[in-house]
Design a protein around this ligand. Structure first.
Ligand code: NDP
Ligand code: HSE
Length: 433
């Protein structure tokens, strides 16, 4: 059979890895796919640099639209990144009847509904395994392996850059800036790393996971997002002292009133699975009513781990290329006409345990007053430590039992207005899965 023909947009970290894996494993990939998968055109900005990588046999252009409109191409692989141009290219590729493989979570989180609808109308496939948790086949697992289940929650470390930074700060005592620079050099970070450190990249991925887990539309704008830029060494050390580690987690959970969709630094017990996911590794826990918890672990970023997911998608598309569109696995795991309009809960309605750290005057009655404010808000204290500090101050840290966020915020506002307070209250969420 003729090879299936691929147009590759972007030959950077992931595009370069995809080129390498397809070449190196061509024979095995062909045996799995049923035919060879051949990159016939590449689009980049720097044609000379790309020529040095791919040699003379492949057509190279700096106009990506030439590739998505090329009649010989069956599948477009979009590895340019960004939103505006990538959106135009994907819609143009779909309009020209191409299947699309992409690693672009930013694009799908913001324009997924439009893109999936366009693809369904045209009867083409959009696959995006590489967009969430790099090389881990988490989309395959949720979209196909766990379809018997009513999924209750998904939680995980889904940004390699921030996990690398937190690991390096804790284990090798690197500064935030040093660790970020290393993550960039290793190819983990986004072109603009603020998307990583502010939690945006993780929220884009979580939005896609939530959509497939619960059969809801892609709603990135409703995700609650807190990154790791405000985390202090003091909190990293105090968490460790208390037997926890701080990880940037994405958590989406089904509750009676709606769906929680949140990304934030989270204390997890030091002996738990997620606490021990280090470096740029990712891990995702999925809880289904039939199967219970399942865990997916692996490299969440980088050249060939991400290429592994891109090429797996290419093989899937090649296998299903001639299948009736109605018989293919739906893009978001649920049939498009069966998506549910379950509300995304505002962060105020989220339920979690909390870590509250504050500096107070070390005088009689302080503890009693704080405990009373927590009690008035219906918040139960799990444990508490007091550490003497300089100038007659004391550092207090409370760990609460489960409480609703708005009650915790109410209590914090009352506590912060008290005369003995010498700092604001630092509030972090605590989760045990
Ligand atoms: P890079 O910046 O390494 O590569 C981008 C590539 O796109 C380069 O080859 C660049 O060309 C090309 N490009 C950029 N603009 C244009 C344009 N206007 N026309 C043609 N080509 C263009 O990015 P990554 O490989 O790191 O990321 C690609 C995508 O994969 C992003 O969506 C990212 O979020 C996603 N992703 C990345 C992961 C990672 O570990 N890096 C992991 C998972 C997903 P040139 O080389 O000439 O500049
Ligand atoms: N910048 C992303 C990360 C790449 O660090 O996880 C993988 O999506």
């Amino acid at each position: 059979m003729e090879p299936i023909k691929v147009g590759l947009l972007g030959l950077g970290v992931v595009g370069g890895g995809t080129w390498n894996v397809l070449r190196r494993n061509a024979e095995e990939i062909g045996r799995r796919a049923g035919r060879q998968i051949e990159i016939v055109r590449v689009a980049v900005r720097d044609v000379a640099k790309a020529r040095a990588k791919v040699g003379a046999d492949v057509q190279i252009t700096d106009d990506a639209f030439e590739v998505v409109r090329d009649p010989q191409i069956d599948i477009v692989v979009e590895l340019i990144g960004g939103v505006t141009l990538a959106r135009e290219l994907l819609l143009e590729a779909i309009a020209h009847g191409k299947h699309v493989v992409t690693a672009n979570k930013a694009l799908l989180a913001m324009h997924g509904t439009e893109i999936f609808e366009a693809a369904s109308r045209k009867g083409v496939m959009i696959t995006f395994e590489a967009a969430v948790a790099g090389g881990i086949p988490i989309i395959k697992a949720i979209r196909e392996g766990l379809t018997a289940n009513r999924i209750e929650w998904v939680a995980g470390i889904i940004n390699g850059t921030t996990n690398y930074i937190l690991s390096e700060m804790r284990t090798n005592k690197l500064t935030f800036a040093q660790a970020l620079q290393q993550a960039q050099q290793l190819g983990y970070a986004e072109a603009d790393p603020t998307a990583d450190i502010q939690g945006i990249d993780a929220a884009q991925k979580l939005t896609l996971l939530a959509s497939m887990a619960f059969g809801i539309p892609v709603q990135f704008s409703k995700a609650y997002i807190e990154g790791i830029t405000q985390l202090s060494d003091e909190d990293l050390e105090t968490a460790q002292y208390l037997g926890y580690r701080i990880k940037l987690l994405g958590i989406t959970r089904r509750r009676a009133q709606g769906i929680e969709l949140r990304v934030h630094p989270t204390l997890v017990p030091a002996n738990s699975i997620l606490a021990n996911v280090e470096d740029a590794m990712n891990a995702v826990l999925v809880n289904g009513d039939a199967v219970g918890q399942t865990l997916y672990y692996g490299k969440g970023a980088g050249e060939e781990p991400t290429a592994s997911a891109v090429v797996a998608d290419l093989i899937d598309v090649t296998r299903l290329h001639t299948a009736d569109p109605g018989q293919r696995v739906p893009h978001l795991a649920f049939q498009p006409d069966a998506m549910a309009d379950i509300p995304i809960l505002p962060i105020d309605e989220v339920v979690s345990s909390y870590y509250l750290r504050m500096m107070v005057d070390d005088v009689p009655g302080v503890l009693a007053d704080i405990a009373r404010e927590l009690s008035n808000a219906g918040i139960s204290i799990g444990s508490m430590i007091q550490q003497p500090s300089e100038q007659g101050y004391a550092r207090l840290v409370f760990l609460t039992h489960s409480a609703q966020e708005q009650a915790v915020n109410r209590a914090i506002a009352s506590i912060e207005s008290m005369p003995f307070m010498r700092s604001q209250v630092t509030r972090l969420r605590v989760e045990e899965f």
